[in-house]
Design a protein around this ligand. Structure first.
Ligand SMILES: [Ca+2]
Length: 151
């Protein structure tokens, strides 16, 4: 029987995986603190809350903890939001927010995408998702969201 090989594709847990996740969280916390200090987005009164949401989202979608959202991560994200896109569409979406041209979205670019002036398809999809979470509808019947209506 072959011995268990621990490589970077083993995401099933364990101390190693936990450590990477913790490091990522720390890094993002630092960036968030800097962003709050820098006052770049001071027009957002609830900036701290927003950044904390972005952190959770980003870490959830960064499935391999690389610190960047690559096309695979974005495909996963869109799938979770109920929007399946092909790789070409995904690459186009990334290109809209990929400021340094790496073909991936780092945390800075993610925040810029969500809070910056420029609009993008990904931002619209994510904003839409956030809104639908905000109001669950006390009567139990939430309005039907039509993802097909999005670009
Ligand atoms: Ca990038």
């Amino acid at each position: 029987m072959p011995s268990t090989v621990l490589d970077k594709n083993d995401y099933q847990g364990g101390a190693k995986w936990g450590k990477v996740k913790t490091e990522q969280a720390k890094k993002i916390d630092e960036i968030n603190r800097d962003l709050i200090d820098a006052e770049t987005y001071k027009e957002y009164e609830d900036l701290e809350e927003r950044l904390s949401t972005f952190k959770t989202q980003f870490m959830e979608y960064d499935t391999d903890d690389s610190g960047d959202l690559d096309p695979t991560d974005v495909a996963y994200m869109l799938e979770k939001l109920g929007k399946n896109k092909n790789i070409l569409e995904i690459k186009k979406m990334i290109a809209q927010v990929d400021l340094d041209g790496t073909g991936t979205i780092n945390y800075h670019e993610y925040v810029q995408m969500m809070l910056g002036k420029k609009n993008s398809i990904l931002r619209i999809i994510l904003m839409f998702e956030e809104k639908s979470k905000e109001k669950p509808g006390p009567s139990g019947v939430a309005p039907v969201k039509r993802f097909e209506d999005l670009p």
